[in-house]
Every structure is written in structure tokens, then in C-alpha cells.
Design a protein. Structure first.
Length: 203
């Protein structure tokens, strides 16, 4: 319990540090830090890739009780990476663009589910009762429905009227995604920690 509380204290401090640093980032980098291909987008990509790396490495090398589920979650995170890299992938993949890696992840995930459904379903039932699932679910809610709907241009236009500036949309959307991806990373890290705790308990 002490280790869990220590980790959550660190998670909280990291989130506070990110929030406190935002005015400094804006002061020295202006609104362009939120632009396509800017520092915030690269930070988002880094968070997603580290989260996917945690899950995938744990599934491949530790081979614990959530092996197949962690592979599926890593594929979902890699799909999000592809979506964030849409402009770059559209430039280099003339046919399909960013949809190609997303489709590859979806096909791989479908095949994994089809071949290992008997192992996956018990893993899902067990995982939904963990703190890691709660963190990852919160991350998904913040990054997808919340940031996309609250950061929707039409909503902000209606809300702000003549004060609306299109840059507001991007800032709100990108900040929502940043927080969501940070929670996904924390959830992934917590999933790996729980897996290790379970393995140690069975030794």
C-alpha cells in the first residue's frame, strides 16, 4: 500500500508540474507550441509511445497473466500514435495515409482476439477491476470525447460569440489530449506495476 501511495503522489506531482509549466511554455513559445508538428504534439506522441512500450514489453518479455490484453491495449495506443501523425503519414503514404497503420493495428488486434479469445475474456474481466483500468479509462474519456467535444469549433463559437478565436479550439483540444495521454501513460505504468506485484505474490 505504501508503494502505491508513493507512486500516486508522484503521478499527482507530475500532473501539477505539467499544468504549472504551461504559462511558461506559452510565454516563451507563443501559441505555435500547440500547432501541428509543434512541441505539444511531439510530447503527446512521446507519452503514447512510452505507454505502448510499457505494455508491449511487459507482454512480450514478462509473459504474465494479462499478456494478450496488454498486446491489444498497446495496439490501441499505437493507433492513436498514427492518428496524431496524420499529416506526416498522409504525406509519405500516398494510398490510405494514416489509415494504413491504423488498419494494420485493427487487423492485428482482430486476429489476436479471434485466436486468443479464450484467454482474453478472463483477462478483461479481471483487468476492469484494477486501478490501472480506471486510470486508462479516465485517460480515454479526457483525450477523446471530452477534448474533442469541448474543443469543437462550433461549440466554442456559440459559447464565445464575437470573442471566438480559432486558436482557442486547438489549445483546448491539445491540452485535453495531453492530459488524457498522460493518464493513459500513468495507467499503463500502473498496469505493469500491478502485473509485477501479482507475479511476486505467486512466487
Amino acid at each position: 500500500m505504501k508503494k502505491i501511495l508513493e507512486r500516486f503522489l508522484i503521478y499527482t506531482l507530475v500532473i501539477f508540474a505539467v499544468a504549472v509549466s504551461l504559462p511558461i511554455v506559452i510565454e516563451y513559445g507563443d501559441i505555435v507550441v500547440f500547432a501541428e508538428g509543434g512541441p505539444i504534439e511531439w510530447l503527446q506522441l512521446t507519452l503514447l509511445m512510452i505507454a505502448a512500450g510499457f505494455l508491449l514489453s511487459n507482454a512480450l518479455f514478462r509473459k504474465g497473466e494479462f499478456r494478450e490484453l496488454f498486446c491489444l491495449l498497446a495496439l490501441a495506443l499505437l493507433s492513436a500514435v498514427s492518428r496524431e501523425l496524420d499529416s506526416t503519414l498522409n504525406r509519405y503514404l500516398s494510398m490510405g495515409g494514416w489509415g494504413v497503420p491504423v488498419a494494420a493495428c485493427a487487423i492485428t488486434g482482430t486476429l489476436l482476439f479471434w485466436r486468443r479469445a479464450d484467454a482474453l475474456m478472463p483477462q478483461v474481466r479481471q483487468f476492469v477491476g484494477t486501478r490501472a483500468f480506471a486510470l486508462m479509462w479516465c485517460g480515454f474519456i479526457v483525450a477523446v470525447p471530452y477534448s474533442q467535444l469541448v474543443g469543437h469549433g462550433k461549440f466554442l463559437e456559440l459559447l464565445m460569440g464575437d470573442d471566438y478565436v480559432r486558436n482557442y479550439k486547438r489549445v483546448i483540444e491539445e491540452l485535453g489530449e495531453l492530459l488524457g495521454y498522460l493518464l493513459l501513460l500513468i495507467g499503463s505504468l500502473e498496469a505493469v506495476c500491478q502485473q509485477k506485484e501479482n507475479d511476486d505474490a505467486h512466487v
